[in-house]
Design a protein around this ligand. Structure first.
Ligand SMILES: *Cc1c(COP(=O)(O)O)cnc(C)c1O
Length: 428
């Protein structure tokens, strides 16, 4: 099987990642050239792919009071944040590090939502002083601490309570967050009491409600179900005299890794908003927190084949990218398509594509049919989300460089780490 343009179906990331004249390109830039210029492993992103993914959400929410808060943990590169901030996005953050990053990229503080189950007092103080638009609070204990920090700071904290709608997002257990057994959110049945508590605390101002049921969701039903459950709560909470100005439906929409067919964001939101209107909540500000679906298919990770190692049971294709660069396979047994940058006219053989790290968990793909030789370049597709942002320096490996492509232009947005950076903070 050859991965040639003529007989290969559209790739995840297409049309922004595609074959052209027998080689893989990102927009108009041949990956071969970028690898020669910047080395490997290398992350390459398509600016047009990010903006196109955003445009689908913008179409879906057109004419609404709404705010798209990019969940920046998916990929927190300053260049990507700036691109999205310039396009009008706010940000969903989960740490003060992300707060500072978002501000450094030019985010408007009022468009920042501070999520996370374990905010420290220091993080709350920083968020308050920066003037974030909302704290998404996840427990009663956090309500009390945020109230105390706000009073100490002489400020009032805008809050939303993250409710756990107890719906099954039908995704990997590690990325499912809306079920009762998860650490996230306040249980549906405790939500009213939590809102009454929040409304009574002088350092807090209730502004909204939020939920986030999981990640890589490829069906519409869990969203509709969560919406119904959240709207039931809005009715109950408002009947108790606490107005809810915005409703935040979280993120979680999936992408195409290997033939996955999530609903397009515009179609999904057309249906969700129709339901919102039907239930009489069409006047509320709608917030969403997409992460993966904005950047996932916009990125590829380029790696060079180091060795071909045939074996009795398995053949190994050993590449220069590893679990430290791209941890999703090791972490969740996640699947990424792996394709040759310049396909060869040769018979494909099945390989496990593995990195050089000293762990059996260090694999990028299993049982992949490839026609490759040492020195060839491979592209790991759908690598724009939760790859670079989850990367580490395990095995003292400097982190990969990152390049942004815009049409026929490309620019380095993160230089390859210098190995000396790795022990800069250490002493003997
Ligand atoms: C991770 C996260 C998101 C984004 O999830 P995606 O699956 O990347 O869209 C949104 N909201 C919260 C609270 C999150 O933790």
């Amino acid at each position: 099987m050859n991965h040639l343009p003529s007989d290969s179906p559209a790739l995840p990331g297409g049309p922004f990642v595609a074959y052209s004249d027998g080689e893989l390109v990102v927009e108009q830039v041949p990956i071969r050239k970028l690898a020669a210029q910047h080395g490997t492993p290398l992350f390459v992103y398509s600016q047009a792919a990010v903006l196109s993914a955003l445009a689908a959400y913008q179409r879906g929410l057109a004419g609404r009071k709404s705010l798209i808060c990019y969940a920046m943990k998916a990929n927190s590169s300053l260049a990507i944040l700036k691109l999205l901030a310039d396009a009008g996005c706010g940000f969903d953050i989960v740490s003060s590090g992300e707060l500072e990053r978002a501000l450094a990229a030019g985010a408007e503080p009022a468009k920042i939502i501070f999520s996370g189950v374990g905010k420290t007092r220091q993080e709350m103080r920083q968020g308050l002083q920066a003037g974030v638009g909302c704290f998404n609070v996840e427990s009663l204990a956090e309500l009390d601490v945020l109230n105390a920090v706000a009073l100490e700071s002489g400020l009032v904290a805008p809050v939303s309570i993250r409710v756990n709608p107890n719906v099954d997002a039908k995704t990997h257990p590690y990325i499912s967050t809306g079920l009762k057994g998860n650490k996230f959110g306040i249980a549906h049945e405790d939500a009213l009491m939590a809102y009454q508590r929040a409304a009574a605390l002088p350092g807090l101002r209730v502004v909204g409600i939020d939920c986030h049921i999981g990640s890589q969701i490829t069906e519409e039903a869990p969203y509709l179900e969560a919406m119904e459950r959240v709207l039931d709560l809005v009715t109950t909470i408002e009947a108790a005299g606490i107005p809810i100005h915005h409703i935040d439906f979280g993120g979680g929409l999936g992408i195409n890794y290997n033939g996955d067919t999530p609903p397009p964001a515009d179609a999904l939101w057309a249906r969700l908003l129709a339901r919102l209107d039907a239930r009489g909540f069409g006047d509320r500000t709608v917030l969403i927190e997409p992460g993966r679906s904005l950047v996932g298919n916009a990125g590829v990770c380029i790696t060079e084949v180091q060795y071909i190692k045939p074996g009795e049971q398995k053949n190994f294709c050993i590449v220069d990218a590893a679990m430290n660069d791209l941890p999703r396979p090791a972490l969740y047994e996640a699947f990424h398509q792996i394709v040759p940058v310049q396909p060869r006219e040769a018979t494909a053989i099945e390989y496990d594509v593995v990195g050089p790290v000293c762990e059996s968990g260090d694999w990028l793909g299993r049982d992949r049919a490839l026609a490759v030789q040492a020195g060839d370049l491979l592209a790991v597709l759908s690598a724009g989300a939760y790859c670079m942002s989850m990367s580490s320096n395990y095995n003292s490996r400097p982190r990969a460089a990152e390049v942004m492509v815009d049409g026929e232009k490309s620019r380095l947005i993160r230089a390859r780490e210098d190995v000396r950076e790795l022990w800069r903070l250490e002493s003997v």
